[in-house]
Design a protein around this ligand. Structure first.
Ligand SMILES: C[S@@+](CC[C@H](N)C(=O)[O-])C[C@H]1O[C@@H](n2cnc3c(N)ncnc32)[C@H](O)[C@@H]1O
Length: 449
Protein backbone atom coordinates (compact mmCIF):
# COMPACT_ATOMS: atom_id res chain seq x y z
CA UNK A 1 0.00 0.00 0.00
CA UNK A 2 2.06 2.97 1.24
CA UNK A 3 5.28 1.00 1.86
CA UNK A 4 4.40 0.90 5.55
CA UNK A 5 1.73 -1.72 4.99
CA UNK A 6 1.48 -4.30 2.23
CA UNK A 7 -1.81 -5.86 1.24
CA UNK A 8 -2.32 -9.07 -0.65
CA UNK A 9 -5.36 -9.35 -2.90
CA UNK A 10 -6.54 -12.22 -5.04
CA UNK A 11 -7.43 -11.14 -8.57
CA UNK A 12 -9.69 -13.44 -10.59
CA UNK A 13 -11.26 -13.06 -13.98
CA UNK A 14 -14.83 -14.32 -13.92
CA UNK A 15 -16.35 -14.10 -17.39
CA UNK A 16 -15.76 -10.50 -18.42
CA UNK A 17 -15.48 -9.22 -14.87
CA UNK A 18 -12.51 -8.97 -12.59
CA UNK A 19 -13.06 -10.00 -8.96
CA UNK A 20 -10.63 -8.67 -6.33
CA UNK A 21 -10.65 -10.27 -2.88
CA UNK A 22 -8.63 -8.89 0.03
CA UNK A 23 -6.48 -11.63 1.63
CA UNK A 24 -4.07 -10.20 4.15
CA UNK A 25 -2.19 -7.10 5.30
CA UNK A 26 1.42 -7.09 6.47
CA UNK A 27 3.25 -4.27 8.22
CA UNK A 28 6.68 -3.23 6.95
CA UNK A 29 8.37 -4.40 10.16
CA UNK A 30 6.80 -7.86 9.70
CA UNK A 31 7.79 -8.14 6.06
CA UNK A 32 11.10 -10.00 6.48
CA UNK A 33 9.43 -12.56 8.72
CA UNK A 34 6.43 -13.06 6.45
CA UNK A 35 8.17 -13.10 3.07
CA UNK A 36 6.70 -16.57 2.60
CA UNK A 37 3.37 -14.85 1.96
CA UNK A 38 4.81 -13.74 -1.38
CA UNK A 39 6.09 -17.11 -2.45
CA UNK A 40 3.47 -17.17 -5.25
CA UNK A 41 5.79 -14.95 -7.34
CA UNK A 42 7.58 -17.14 -9.90
CA UNK A 43 10.92 -18.42 -8.56
CA UNK A 44 10.53 -16.43 -5.38
CA UNK A 45 9.92 -19.46 -3.16
CA UNK A 46 13.09 -21.12 -4.47
CA UNK A 47 15.07 -17.95 -3.91
CA UNK A 48 13.81 -17.68 -0.35
CA UNK A 49 14.81 -21.26 0.40
CA UNK A 50 18.21 -20.85 -1.24
CA UNK A 51 18.89 -17.62 0.62
CA UNK A 52 17.97 -19.26 3.91
CA UNK A 53 20.25 -22.22 3.29
CA UNK A 54 23.19 -20.05 2.21
CA UNK A 55 22.73 -17.83 5.26
CA UNK A 56 22.66 -20.79 7.64
CA UNK A 57 25.62 -22.47 5.99
CA UNK A 58 27.69 -19.33 6.25
CA UNK A 59 26.88 -18.89 9.95
CA UNK A 60 27.60 -22.59 10.56
CA UNK A 61 30.90 -22.39 8.66
CA UNK A 62 32.14 -19.51 10.80
CA UNK A 63 31.04 -21.16 14.03
CA UNK A 64 32.60 -24.49 12.98
CA UNK A 65 35.91 -22.73 12.23
CA UNK A 66 35.91 -21.26 15.71
CA UNK A 67 35.03 -24.60 17.28
CA UNK A 68 37.79 -26.37 15.38
CA UNK A 69 40.39 -23.74 16.23
CA UNK A 70 39.55 -24.12 19.93
CA UNK A 71 39.37 -27.90 19.76
CA UNK A 72 42.86 -28.09 18.24
CA UNK A 73 44.17 -26.55 21.43
CA UNK A 74 42.94 -29.53 23.46
CA UNK A 75 40.44 -27.48 25.46
CA UNK A 76 38.24 -29.70 27.59
CA UNK A 77 34.92 -30.69 25.95
CA UNK A 78 32.69 -29.31 28.72
CA UNK A 79 34.50 -26.00 28.71
CA UNK A 80 34.09 -25.78 24.92
CA UNK A 81 30.31 -26.16 25.31
CA UNK A 82 30.11 -23.40 27.91
CA UNK A 83 32.41 -21.15 25.90
CA UNK A 84 30.48 -21.67 22.68
CA UNK A 85 27.12 -20.93 24.34
CA UNK A 86 28.50 -17.73 25.92
CA UNK A 87 30.05 -16.55 22.66
CA UNK A 88 26.84 -17.30 20.77
CA UNK A 89 24.90 -15.20 23.28
CA UNK A 90 27.36 -12.29 22.90
CA UNK A 91 27.26 -12.47 19.09
CA UNK A 92 23.48 -12.26 19.05
CA UNK A 93 23.34 -9.76 21.87
CA UNK A 94 25.45 -7.17 20.04
CA UNK A 95 23.47 -7.61 16.80
CA UNK A 96 19.94 -7.58 18.24
CA UNK A 97 19.99 -4.79 20.81
CA UNK A 98 20.56 -6.74 24.03
CA UNK A 99 24.05 -5.17 24.17
CA UNK A 100 25.10 -1.89 22.57
CA UNK A 101 25.83 -2.38 18.88
CA UNK A 102 29.21 -4.05 18.17
CA UNK A 103 30.35 -3.74 21.79
CA UNK A 104 31.77 -7.30 21.82
CA UNK A 105 33.40 -7.05 18.39
CA UNK A 106 34.97 -3.67 19.14
CA UNK A 107 36.33 -4.86 22.47
CA UNK A 108 37.95 -7.94 20.91
CA UNK A 109 39.36 -5.93 17.98
CA UNK A 110 40.79 -3.13 20.10
CA UNK A 111 42.02 -4.92 23.20
CA UNK A 112 43.15 -8.42 22.30
CA UNK A 113 45.85 -10.11 20.29
CA UNK A 114 46.79 -13.74 19.65
CA UNK A 115 48.36 -14.02 23.10
CA UNK A 116 45.78 -12.60 25.52
CA UNK A 117 42.33 -13.34 24.01
CA UNK A 118 41.43 -16.00 26.61
CA UNK A 119 42.08 -13.71 29.59
CA UNK A 120 40.05 -10.92 28.04
CA UNK A 121 37.15 -13.27 27.36
CA UNK A 122 37.26 -14.27 31.04
CA UNK A 123 37.14 -10.56 32.04
CA UNK A 124 34.16 -9.94 29.76
CA UNK A 125 32.31 -12.96 31.17
CA UNK A 126 33.05 -11.85 34.74
CA UNK A 127 31.72 -8.36 33.96
CA UNK A 128 28.55 -9.80 32.43
CA UNK A 129 28.08 -11.66 35.70
CA UNK A 130 28.71 -8.65 37.96
CA UNK A 131 25.52 -7.15 39.46
CA UNK A 132 25.06 -3.34 39.59
CA UNK A 133 26.01 -3.05 43.28
CA UNK A 134 29.50 -4.45 42.59
CA UNK A 135 30.36 -2.58 39.39
CA UNK A 136 31.91 0.58 40.88
CA UNK A 137 35.49 -0.65 40.40
CA UNK A 138 35.10 -1.93 36.83
CA UNK A 139 37.39 -0.43 34.23
CA UNK A 140 35.71 1.86 31.71
CA UNK A 141 36.10 -0.39 28.67
CA UNK A 142 34.56 -3.37 30.43
CA UNK A 143 31.72 -1.43 32.01
CA UNK A 144 30.04 -1.30 28.59
CA UNK A 145 29.09 -4.94 29.19
CA UNK A 146 25.93 -4.84 31.30
CA UNK A 147 24.87 -7.34 33.95
CA UNK A 148 23.28 -10.36 32.26
CA UNK A 149 22.60 -12.80 35.13
CA UNK A 150 20.75 -16.05 34.37
CA UNK A 151 23.72 -18.24 35.32
CA UNK A 152 25.16 -18.19 31.80
CA UNK A 153 28.27 -16.27 32.82
CA UNK A 154 28.90 -17.57 36.31
CA UNK A 155 31.98 -19.61 37.27
CA UNK A 156 31.64 -22.72 35.15
CA UNK A 157 34.83 -22.64 33.06
CA UNK A 158 37.56 -24.75 34.63
CA UNK A 159 40.29 -23.22 32.45
CA UNK A 160 40.94 -19.91 30.72
CA UNK A 161 39.89 -20.26 27.04
CA UNK A 162 42.86 -21.09 24.79
CA UNK A 163 44.48 -18.33 22.84
CA UNK A 164 46.24 -18.02 19.52
CA UNK A 165 45.98 -16.02 16.33
CA UNK A 166 43.75 -18.59 14.58
CA UNK A 167 41.17 -18.55 17.40
CA UNK A 168 41.10 -14.77 17.46
CA UNK A 169 40.68 -14.58 13.66
CA UNK A 170 37.88 -17.18 13.74
CA UNK A 171 36.14 -15.31 16.57
CA UNK A 172 36.35 -11.99 14.73
CA UNK A 173 34.95 -13.69 11.62
CA UNK A 174 31.96 -14.70 13.75
CA UNK A 175 31.66 -11.15 15.11
CA UNK A 176 31.50 -9.55 11.67
CA UNK A 177 28.61 -11.83 10.70
CA UNK A 178 25.11 -10.37 11.22
CA UNK A 179 23.49 -12.87 13.60
CA UNK A 180 20.21 -10.99 13.73
CA UNK A 181 19.25 -12.80 10.50
CA UNK A 182 19.55 -16.25 12.10
CA UNK A 183 16.53 -17.66 13.88
CA UNK A 184 17.19 -19.59 17.12
CA UNK A 185 14.85 -22.24 15.66
CA UNK A 186 17.64 -23.37 13.33
CA UNK A 187 20.34 -23.64 16.02
CA UNK A 188 19.90 -27.44 15.83
CA UNK A 189 20.84 -27.57 12.15
CA UNK A 190 23.50 -24.94 12.59
CA UNK A 191 25.27 -26.80 15.36
CA UNK A 192 25.12 -30.12 13.54
CA UNK A 193 27.84 -28.67 11.35
CA UNK A 194 29.78 -27.77 14.47
CA UNK A 195 29.47 -30.87 16.63
CA UNK A 196 31.19 -34.02 15.25
CA UNK A 197 29.35 -36.05 12.72
CA UNK A 198 30.24 -39.39 14.26
CA UNK A 199 29.01 -38.38 17.66
CA UNK A 200 25.83 -37.04 16.13
CA UNK A 201 24.99 -40.39 14.61
CA UNK A 202 25.39 -42.27 17.87
CA UNK A 203 23.20 -39.74 19.70
CA UNK A 204 20.52 -40.01 17.01
CA UNK A 205 20.45 -36.28 16.32
CA UNK A 206 18.76 -34.94 13.28
CA UNK A 207 17.13 -31.63 12.86
CA UNK A 208 13.36 -31.01 12.63
CA UNK A 209 12.37 -28.07 10.43
CA UNK A 210 10.10 -25.33 11.69
CA UNK A 211 7.41 -26.39 9.23
CA UNK A 212 7.36 -29.90 10.69
CA UNK A 213 7.42 -28.61 14.26
CA UNK A 214 4.33 -26.55 13.50
CA UNK A 215 2.68 -29.69 12.15
CA UNK A 216 3.03 -31.06 15.68
CA UNK A 217 2.38 -27.94 17.73
CA UNK A 218 -0.66 -26.64 15.83
CA UNK A 219 -2.94 -29.66 16.22
CA UNK A 220 -1.58 -30.51 19.67
CA UNK A 221 -2.75 -27.26 21.28
CA UNK A 222 -2.29 -24.07 19.25
CA UNK A 223 -5.22 -24.42 16.85
CA UNK A 224 -7.55 -24.92 19.79
CA UNK A 225 -6.10 -22.01 21.74
CA UNK A 226 -6.43 -19.72 18.74
CA UNK A 227 -10.03 -20.66 18.11
CA UNK A 228 -10.84 -20.22 21.83
CA UNK A 229 -9.26 -16.78 21.66
CA UNK A 230 -11.39 -15.81 18.66
CA UNK A 231 -14.54 -16.68 20.57
CA UNK A 232 -13.78 -14.59 23.65
CA UNK A 233 -16.18 -11.69 24.13
CA UNK A 234 -15.73 -10.25 27.63
CA UNK A 235 -12.69 -8.75 29.41
CA UNK A 236 -13.16 -11.25 32.22
CA UNK A 237 -12.89 -14.20 29.82
CA UNK A 238 -9.87 -12.57 28.21
CA UNK A 239 -8.11 -12.30 31.56
CA UNK A 240 -8.92 -15.92 32.37
CA UNK A 241 -7.61 -17.04 29.01
CA UNK A 242 -4.39 -15.09 29.49
CA UNK A 243 -3.93 -16.73 32.88
CA UNK A 244 -4.32 -20.11 31.22
CA UNK A 245 -1.41 -19.32 28.88
CA UNK A 246 0.77 -18.36 31.82
CA UNK A 247 0.34 -21.71 33.54
CA UNK A 248 0.79 -24.11 30.63
CA UNK A 249 3.70 -26.54 31.15
CA UNK A 250 5.72 -28.13 28.36
CA UNK A 251 8.36 -30.85 28.17
CA UNK A 252 10.58 -31.87 25.28
CA UNK A 253 12.29 -34.99 26.66
CA UNK A 254 15.06 -35.01 23.98
CA UNK A 255 15.23 -31.33 23.17
CA UNK A 256 18.52 -31.01 21.24
CA UNK A 257 19.17 -27.32 20.68
CA UNK A 258 15.59 -26.58 21.76
CA UNK A 259 13.76 -26.00 18.48
CA UNK A 260 10.40 -27.46 19.61
CA UNK A 261 10.53 -25.41 22.79
CA UNK A 262 11.54 -22.28 20.87
CA UNK A 263 8.64 -22.57 18.44
CA UNK A 264 6.16 -23.37 21.23
CA UNK A 265 7.33 -20.46 23.36
CA UNK A 266 7.35 -18.07 20.40
CA UNK A 267 3.82 -19.01 19.30
CA UNK A 268 2.45 -18.57 22.82
CA UNK A 269 4.14 -15.20 23.14
CA UNK A 270 2.67 -14.10 19.79
CA UNK A 271 -0.77 -15.10 20.98
CA UNK A 272 -0.16 -13.29 24.26
CA UNK A 273 0.81 -10.14 22.34
CA UNK A 274 -2.55 -10.30 20.56
CA UNK A 275 -4.28 -10.56 23.93
CA UNK A 276 -2.27 -7.61 25.27
CA UNK A 277 -3.38 -5.55 22.26
CA UNK A 278 -6.99 -6.27 23.10
CA UNK A 279 -6.73 -6.08 26.87
CA UNK A 280 -4.63 -2.93 27.22
CA UNK A 281 -5.42 -1.07 24.01
CA UNK A 282 -5.66 2.68 24.67
CA UNK A 283 -4.74 2.22 28.34
CA UNK A 284 -1.57 3.65 29.83
CA UNK A 285 0.42 0.73 31.25
CA UNK A 286 2.83 1.84 33.96
CA UNK A 287 3.53 -1.61 35.42
CA UNK A 288 5.36 -3.44 32.61
CA UNK A 289 5.27 -6.67 34.60
CA UNK A 290 1.65 -6.88 33.42
CA UNK A 291 3.10 -7.50 29.97
CA UNK A 292 5.09 -10.52 31.11
CA UNK A 293 2.82 -13.55 31.11
CA UNK A 294 4.35 -16.54 29.28
CA UNK A 295 7.25 -17.72 31.42
CA UNK A 296 10.43 -19.41 30.26
CA UNK A 297 10.40 -21.47 33.44
CA UNK A 298 7.35 -23.37 32.14
CA UNK A 299 9.41 -24.80 29.27
CA UNK A 300 11.37 -27.93 30.16
CA UNK A 301 13.88 -29.84 28.06
CA UNK A 302 15.98 -32.93 28.74
CA UNK A 303 19.08 -33.42 26.62
CA UNK A 304 22.05 -35.76 27.00
CA UNK A 305 24.53 -33.73 24.95
CA UNK A 306 25.98 -30.85 26.94
CA UNK A 307 26.63 -28.49 24.03
CA UNK A 308 23.10 -28.90 22.65
CA UNK A 309 21.61 -28.40 26.13
CA UNK A 310 23.53 -25.15 26.63
CA UNK A 311 22.58 -23.91 23.16
CA UNK A 312 18.92 -24.72 23.92
CA UNK A 313 19.05 -22.53 27.02
CA UNK A 314 20.57 -19.65 25.02
CA UNK A 315 18.06 -20.17 22.18
CA UNK A 316 15.20 -19.69 24.63
CA UNK A 317 16.67 -16.45 26.00
CA UNK A 318 17.22 -15.10 22.51
CA UNK A 319 13.67 -15.97 21.52
CA UNK A 320 12.42 -14.24 24.64
CA UNK A 321 14.34 -11.15 23.54
CA UNK A 322 12.92 -11.34 20.00
CA UNK A 323 9.42 -11.51 21.44
CA UNK A 324 10.11 -8.57 23.79
CA UNK A 325 11.16 -6.58 20.71
CA UNK A 326 8.06 -7.70 18.86
CA UNK A 327 5.89 -6.59 21.80
CA UNK A 328 7.52 -3.17 21.64
CA UNK A 329 6.95 -2.81 17.91
CA UNK A 330 3.28 -3.82 18.23
CA UNK A 331 2.36 -2.23 21.54
CA UNK A 332 4.92 0.52 22.10
CA UNK A 333 6.09 -0.86 25.44
CA UNK A 334 7.98 -3.94 26.47
CA UNK A 335 9.68 -5.85 29.28
CA UNK A 336 13.49 -5.60 29.55
CA UNK A 337 15.44 -8.68 28.43
CA UNK A 338 18.44 -8.30 30.75
CA UNK A 339 19.12 -9.04 33.53
CA UNK A 340 17.85 -12.48 32.62
CA UNK A 341 15.83 -13.35 35.68
CA UNK A 342 14.27 -16.55 34.41
CA UNK A 343 15.45 -19.45 32.27
CA UNK A 344 13.95 -22.45 30.57
CA UNK A 345 14.50 -25.61 32.63
CA UNK A 346 17.01 -27.48 30.48
CA UNK A 347 18.40 -30.58 32.18
CA UNK A 348 21.61 -32.01 30.73
CA UNK A 349 21.05 -35.69 31.52
CA UNK A 350 19.90 -38.97 30.11
CA UNK A 351 16.16 -38.46 29.83
CA UNK A 352 15.54 -42.15 30.42
CA UNK A 353 17.16 -41.96 33.87
CA UNK A 354 15.08 -38.98 34.93
CA UNK A 355 11.82 -38.85 36.78
CA UNK A 356 9.89 -36.60 34.39
CA UNK A 357 8.34 -33.81 36.43
CA UNK A 358 7.83 -30.05 36.55
CA UNK A 359 9.58 -27.98 39.20
CA UNK A 360 6.22 -27.19 40.78
CA UNK A 361 4.75 -29.54 43.31
CA UNK A 362 1.60 -31.30 42.09
CA UNK A 363 1.74 -29.54 38.72
CA UNK A 364 2.00 -31.85 35.72
CA UNK A 365 3.12 -31.15 32.18
CA UNK A 366 0.22 -30.19 29.94
CA UNK A 367 2.12 -31.25 26.84
CA UNK A 368 5.03 -33.54 26.04
CA UNK A 369 6.43 -33.04 22.56
CA UNK A 370 9.57 -33.46 20.52
CA UNK A 371 11.61 -35.60 18.21
CA UNK A 372 13.40 -38.19 20.35
CA UNK A 373 16.42 -40.07 18.97
CA UNK A 374 15.68 -42.68 16.40
CA UNK A 375 18.26 -45.47 16.60
CA UNK A 376 17.71 -48.93 15.15
CA UNK A 377 18.86 -52.03 17.06
CA UNK A 378 22.06 -52.47 14.98
CA UNK A 379 23.31 -48.94 15.77
CA UNK A 380 22.59 -48.84 19.50
CA UNK A 381 25.51 -48.36 21.92
CA UNK A 382 25.92 -50.47 25.05
CA UNK A 383 24.44 -47.67 27.19
CA UNK A 384 21.46 -47.32 24.89
CA UNK A 385 20.86 -51.08 25.00
CA UNK A 386 20.98 -50.89 28.76
CA UNK A 387 18.45 -47.98 28.73
CA UNK A 388 16.18 -50.15 26.58
CA UNK A 389 16.61 -53.00 29.05
CA UNK A 390 15.43 -50.75 31.89
CA UNK A 391 12.55 -48.97 30.17
CA UNK A 392 11.22 -51.83 28.06
CA UNK A 393 11.77 -54.40 30.78
CA UNK A 394 9.15 -57.14 30.66
CA UNK A 395 7.92 -56.32 27.14
CA UNK A 396 8.05 -59.47 25.04
CA UNK A 397 10.10 -59.03 21.84
CA UNK A 398 11.56 -55.70 23.02
CA UNK A 399 14.93 -56.65 21.50
CA UNK A 400 13.82 -55.54 18.05
CA UNK A 401 12.47 -52.19 19.17
CA UNK A 402 14.07 -48.90 18.23
CA UNK A 403 15.60 -46.72 20.97
CA UNK A 404 12.88 -44.11 20.32
CA UNK A 405 10.20 -46.46 21.68
CA UNK A 406 11.57 -45.82 25.19
CA UNK A 407 10.19 -42.26 24.91
CA UNK A 408 6.79 -43.63 23.88
CA UNK A 409 6.68 -45.94 26.86
CA UNK A 410 7.86 -43.24 29.31
CA UNK A 411 5.34 -40.75 27.89
CA UNK A 412 2.54 -43.30 28.11
CA UNK A 413 3.48 -44.11 31.72
CA UNK A 414 3.45 -40.39 32.50
CA UNK A 415 0.02 -39.97 30.91
CA UNK A 416 -1.34 -42.93 32.81
CA UNK A 417 -0.49 -41.10 36.03
CA UNK A 418 -1.50 -37.69 34.63
CA UNK A 419 -4.50 -38.29 32.36
CA UNK A 420 -4.79 -34.63 31.28
CA UNK A 421 -1.33 -34.63 29.71
CA UNK A 422 -1.17 -34.90 25.91
CA UNK A 423 1.87 -36.11 23.96
CA UNK A 424 3.01 -35.75 20.35
CA UNK A 425 6.34 -37.22 19.28
CA UNK A 426 7.84 -37.23 15.79
CA UNK A 427 9.32 -40.54 14.60
CA UNK A 428 9.76 -42.46 11.39
CA UNK A 429 6.96 -44.80 10.35
CA UNK A 430 8.83 -48.01 11.17
CA UNK A 431 7.33 -47.98 14.67
CA UNK A 432 3.91 -48.18 13.09
CA UNK A 433 4.77 -50.60 10.28
CA UNK A 434 6.57 -53.93 10.20
CA UNK A 435 7.94 -56.07 13.04
CA UNK A 436 8.00 -53.37 15.74
CA UNK A 437 4.34 -52.41 15.44
CA UNK A 438 2.65 -55.24 17.33
CA UNK A 439 5.22 -55.26 20.12
CA UNK A 440 5.12 -51.54 20.86
CA UNK A 441 1.44 -50.83 20.30
CA UNK A 442 0.24 -53.91 22.16
CA UNK A 443 2.05 -52.59 25.18
CA UNK A 444 0.82 -49.00 24.69
CA UNK A 445 -2.80 -49.89 24.01
CA UNK A 446 -3.24 -52.80 26.41
CA UNK A 447 -1.12 -51.86 29.40
CA UNK A 448 -0.81 -48.11 29.37
CA UNK A 449 -4.38 -46.88 29.06
C1 LIG B 1 16.35 -36.17 16.74
S1 LIG B 1 17.20 -35.12 17.86
C2 LIG B 1 15.99 -33.93 18.11
C3 LIG B 1 16.53 -32.67 18.60
C4 LIG B 1 15.73 -31.44 18.21
N1 LIG B 1 14.36 -31.51 18.57
C5 LIG B 1 15.88 -31.16 16.75
O1 LIG B 1 14.96 -31.34 16.00
O2 LIG B 1 16.99 -30.71 16.40
C6 LIG B 1 17.26 -36.14 19.28
C7 LIG B 1 18.02 -35.55 20.44
O3 LIG B 1 18.00 -36.51 21.50
C8 LIG B 1 19.22 -36.44 22.21
N2 LIG B 1 19.35 -37.68 22.98
C9 LIG B 1 19.79 -38.90 22.57
N3 LIG B 1 19.72 -39.78 23.58
C10 LIG B 1 19.22 -39.13 24.64
C11 LIG B 1 18.93 -39.51 25.97
N4 LIG B 1 19.07 -40.76 26.39
N5 LIG B 1 18.44 -38.57 26.80
C12 LIG B 1 18.26 -37.29 26.39
N6 LIG B 1 18.52 -36.88 25.14
C13 LIG B 1 18.99 -37.78 24.26
C14 LIG B 1 20.25 -36.24 21.11
O4 LIG B 1 21.45 -35.72 21.62
C15 LIG B 1 19.50 -35.29 20.17
O5 LIG B 1 19.78 -33.96 20.50
Amino acid sequence: MNFKRFQKHKVETIGEKIKITFLTEIKLEELAEKLDEFSFFPDFAHRLEDDGIILNQEAARRMANLYEAIEHKDYNRNDISVLLARILFCLFAEDTGIFDKKVFEDYITENTDGSNLGEHLMSIFKTLDTPPAKRATLNKKLSKFHYVNGGLFDEKLTKVPPTNKAIRTALLECCTYDWSDISPVIFGSLFQAVIHEEERRSLGAHYTSEKNILRVVNPLFLDKLRSNFEEIESDKELEKFRKQLSTMMFLDPACGCGNFLVVTYRELRLLDIEIIQRQFKGKYVTDVSLLSNVHLANFHGYEIDQTSAMIAEVAMWLTEHQMNMRLESEFGKTVPTIPLDEAAVIVNENSLNLNWSTKKKDVAFDYILGNPPFIGKQYQTTEQKSDIGKILHGIKGAGVLDYVTCWYIKSAEYMKKNPDTRTALVSTNSIAQGEQTGILWNELLLNMI
